[in-house]
Design a protein. Structure first.
Length: 174
């Protein structure tokens, strides 16, 4: 048996005839899954801010979300969404209750980023085919096509294809 024999999945059962829920299950699950990202990053901080083994992370986030702080030249280049790589060249990683900060270089220029967990739309660790995909927390921002941030991380994207991405999508009656 290999690790890919049982991919990580979350299933929700919603009856078409069921009344609208007064409990915001979708928001609760999204918040819990984003907490996984915080816990993983916190583990890296407590381990001396070095990634164990071949682990590395691709983190995609909405650049216009409340609380996001990135340099103006990056916001101009990525007005909607940006993907960063945490692998070799990052420092000052700090995990707070609702966000994290990290310093990276972009074209050899250092930059400090503040990213609230609510702004994250995807988290992938290709070294172990693990990924989480989130509903956009900032619905009013229309998605735009963009290049990856290309911070001074790895040249390749590893051997993972993101096949074990957990996608949570709750249907709502309209």
């Amino acid at each position: 048996m290999t690790k890919t024999d049982h991919p990580a999945t979350i299933q929700t059962v919603m009856n078409q005839d069921a009344p609208d829920s007064l409990i915001p299950y979708d928001e609760i699950v999204q918040e819990a899954l984003r907490a996984v990202v915080g816990r993983v990053l916190g583990t890296i901080v407590s381990g001396g801010s070095t990634l164990p083994g071949a682990h590395h992370f691709y983190i995609t986030f909405k650049t216009g979300a409340p609380g996001v702080s990135i340099p103006p030249h990056l916001r101009e280049r990525f007005p909607d969404e940006m993907t960063i790589v945490l692998q070799n060249k990052f420092w000052d990683l700090e995990v707070l209750p609702h966000s994290f900060t990290v310093s990276l270089t972009f074209n050899q220029v250092p930059a400090k980023l503040v990213i609230p967990f609510a702004a994250i739309t995807a988290f992938v660790d290709p070294a172990v085919d693990f990924g989480l995909q989130f509903q956009a927390a900032v619905d009013e921002l229309a998605p735009e096509m963009h290049d990856d941030a290309e911070n001074d991380g790895p040249d390749g994207d590893g051997d993972g294809d993101g096949s074990n991405v957990v996608s949570v999508d709750f249907g709502r009656k309209k």
